[in-house]
Design a protein around this ligand. Structure first.
Ligand SMILES: C[C@](O)(CO)[C@H](O)COP(=O)(O)OP(=O)(O)OC[C@H]1O[C@@H](n2ccc(N)nc2=O)[C@H](O)[C@@H]1O
Ligand SMILES: Nc1ncnc2c1ncn2[C@@H]1O[C@H](COP(=O)(O)OP(=O)(O)OP(=O)(O)O)[C@@H](O)[C@H]1O
Length: 290
């Protein structure tokens, strides 16, 4: 039997997210500074005939039918574009909350593409790889090489990888799923409607302190509509903002996950402990962002 290949599918965090308008096809033009956490799912591929998926882990039951899993969708889309693509049996260990604004399914799909690239000696920059990523979902391209960068368009325009200063975060999810289309709908733009919301920062990467200054001047435009869809997000934001040493509390993606940023790992660890003390049933992770 061939050796299994393995990779981690880290949570995606939208440090900023500005909506620039709605295209006539209904999708929204975005501008987002994206980073990645240490927390994530784990994906393994045992090379062999055919394509299959087994899912286990704490949040496996919430991820829907295996047949509809984005891991299989991405693999099929790549197989349609690369003749004789070698595949195999995927095993996904699902740790991340589902429908949580941290791109769990997208990161899993991107991880599947990375493993197939490795197995087939394909570069990640191969056009078939990029196409399969875009067609799987808007957040998949940025997850393909999970490093901090600017993301534009509907998610397909990626800036160069950025070396972030140490950013210590706490991720908090109230374990309430929030569906992305419902939040975009609540944002309320008509197809074809532009918005004047561009954010062209000169990112200050020399220290966490200076980058935090940039981040504070930005927003997540999906926060107000997500709060309408799921008011518990407001509670999570308040709880995080009130922790000792919290420099910024914001929602990621379309929610409901909220992150707090801290200048040192002790403050982040203390904040995570304090939030979990108050909400023992919530998902809370202290993590560095890259
Ligand atoms: C909000 C973000 O998480 C920010 O990173 C992403 O834009 C969402 O990415 P995603 O979940 O991978 O999105 P998809 O699965 O491709 O699309 C789900 C739905 O979200 C809406 N959608 C998504 C991305 C985008 N730029 N504009 C949209 O309007 C569309 O209604 C679409 O039907
Ligand atoms: N591998 C997967 N992990 C999680 N959900 C999956 C997966 N494959 C398909 N799904 C489906 O995708 C939907 C969105 O789940 P996901 O966790 O990716 O959302 P999200 O974190 O809000 O994503 P995003 O931040 O990209 O909007 C769920 O309703 C789920 O049924």
């Amino acid at each position: 039997m061939s050796q299994p290949l393995a990779t981690r599918a880290p949570a995606k965090i939208n440090l900023t997210l500005h909506v620039l308008g709605r295209r006539t096809d209904g999708y929204h033009e975005l501008e987002s500074l994206v980073a990645f956490a240490e927390a994530g799912d784990e994906l393994q591929l045992v090379p062999g005939p055919g394509l299959s998926l087994e899912v286990s882990g704490p949040t496996a039951a919430l991820a829907g039918n295996d047949a509809d899993n984005l891991v299989l969708k991405a693999a099929r889309l790549l197989a349609e574009r690369v003749e004789g693509l070698k595949m195999g049996a995927f095993h996904l260990v699902k740790n991340l909350p589902v429908a949580a604004g941290i791109g769990g399914g997208s990161s899993d799909a991107a991880a599947a593409l990375r493993l197939l690239a490795e197995l087939n000696d394909l570069p990640l920059s191969h056009p078939a790889m990029r196409e399969a990523a875009c067609l799987t979902g808007a957040d998949v391209p940025v997850c393909l090489e999970p490093k901090a960068r600017m993301m534009r368009g509907i998610g397909e325009e990626l800036g160069p990888a950025l070396a972030l200063p140490p950013l210590l975060a706490v991720l908090v999810n109230p374990r309430v799923p929030v569906e992305t289309p419902a939040v975009f709908k609540a944002f309320g733009l008509q197809p074809g409607q532009p918005l004047d919301a561009a954010w062209h920062p000169v990112l200050e990467m020399t220290s966490a302190h200076s980058l935090l200054g940039n981040l504070k001047a930005a927003r997540n435009d999906l926060e107000p509509p997500a709060l309408n869809v799921q008011p518990v997000i407001g509670e999570a934001l308040e709880l995080v903002a009130r922790t000792e040493g919290c420099r910024l509390a914001r929602m990621s993606g379309s929610g409901a996950t909220v992150f707090g940023l801290y200048e040192d790992s002790q403050s982040a660890a203390d904040a995570a402990r304090s939030i979990l003390g108050r909400r023992p049933d919530w998902w809370v992770e202290a993590t560095r962002l890259r």
